[in-house]
Write a protein that binds this ligand. Structure first.
Ligand SMILES: Nc1ncnc2c1ncn2[C@@H]1O[C@H](COP(=O)(O)OP(=O)(O)OP(=O)(O)O)[C@@H](O)[C@H]1O
Length: 323
């Protein structure tokens, strides 16, 4: 369990983390989600005692990181995959880490095997590709067989096979009862990987809930309606000041802002036959954009926040419906 309370970090004029409180439970992958520069890495560094909070506190099973006697056996972390001496081999790097925490040397070979680096264990780490460096970083995190794992943007720069591998590894680790916290600005990836979310923007907490709840909270109800009497329904809804948009893909479809129950009642009162009435779910991406609207740094007017775009679908229809 990781618990932060009133966690705050100020660098001169920048308030990187602002009064952040959350708790991360074991047995599940928790996504730490926020736009670039929102304070995720700073928070992770404070969890690991690499940065001192300006105010507040973060504890691992009730203790500060610095109080842990053999930290690698409690917490494994990959913050920066390139944090390795370039002239050391992967095995030498891990052996040095193992020694520092009094871990048996055989554990080095076990984790090299686990991450698929056995064949290149004697090569200098400086020549590793980003994907191999990420695997080495993960091997280091797993070395002490810790209960708690922290990964900062672990899929950055990986190919689809590497991304799938990391996702499955994190889920397996959580399935074994470990606490897994993984930061990302990639919403589509978090939607597939994390069951729970801590969402931040500009250093502040926006939400802590399940991924499903987060999407629900942010979905302003939009309903897909199919009816052979589309125009009649439209005018009845307009009479109730309910916004509608016609779908360009099908002549009998209508997208309506509001609850299905209310739309059904209005249709019944107007004698309109309905063939379908389906509540639309927002994607995680849309939910994020809706809830972090005020919290994105460096957003120029009209900018599409490209680091957050790329996986969601359906936003065009929703925007159309709200016009
Ligand atoms: N050592 C530092 N000195 C000064 N400012 C810093 C330092 N570290 C982080 N910051 C600032 O604090 C804010 C939060 O940065 P942080 O790296 O924690 O965000 P992040 O969410 O991890 O972003 P990214 O996804 O881009 O890594 C940013 O405005 C950043 O410029």
């Amino acid at each position: 369990m990781i618990e932060a309370s009133g966690l705050t970090k100020r660098y001169d004029k920048t308030l990187a983390v602002d009064d952040l409180s959350f708790s991360i439970r074991p047995g599940t992958v928790t996504g730490f989600l926020g736009p670039n520069g929102s304070g995720k890495s700073t928070t992770m560094r404070m969890i690991l005692g690499l940065d001192r909070p300006t105010e507040g506190d973060v504890r691992i099973d009730g203790r500060h990181y610095r109080e842990l006697k053999r930290p690698l056996t409690k917490v494994g972390a990959m913050l920066d995959a390139k944090w390795v001496h370039p002239n050391r081999s992967a095995r030498a790097h891990l052996r040095w880490l193992a020694k520092s925490n009094r871990l048996p040397a055989r554990r080095v070979d076990e984790v090299l095997e686990l991450v698929g680096l056995s064949a290149v264990a004697r090569r200098r780490a400086g020549g590793f590709s980003l994907g191999m460096a990420q695997r080495l970083g993960i091997a280091a995190a797993l070395l002490g067989d810790p209960e708690i794992l922290l990964f900062d943007e672990p899929v950055n720069g990986l190919d689809p096979e590497g991304i799938l591998w990391i996702r499955q590894l994190m889920q397996r680790m959580a399935g074994e009862g470990r606490t897994v916290l993984v930061s990302s600005h990639l919403l589509s990836e978090m939607a597939l990987t994390a069951k729970e979310l801590v969402v931040i923007g500009r250093g502040r907490l926006i939400a802590q809930c399940s991924t499903a709840e987060f999407v629900d909270q942010a979905s302003d109800a939009t309903v897909l309606v199919r009816t052979p009497q589309r125009e009649r329904l439209r005018s009845a809804l307009r009479g109730e000041r309910i916004k509608t948009a016609v779908s360009s893909s099908a002549a009998d479809e209508l997208i309506v802002s509001g609850s299905s129950a209310r739309i059904g009642e209005i249709a019944a009162a107007a004698g309109v036959v309905l063939h379908e009435l389906t509540s639309q779910r927002a994607s995680l991406e849309e939910a994020f954009l809706a809830l972090t609207n005020e919290s994105v740094e460096f957003q120029a007017q009209g900018e599409r926040r490209p680091e957050l775009i790329g996986a969601g679908t359906g936003s065009a229809a929703r925007q159309e419906a709200n016009r």
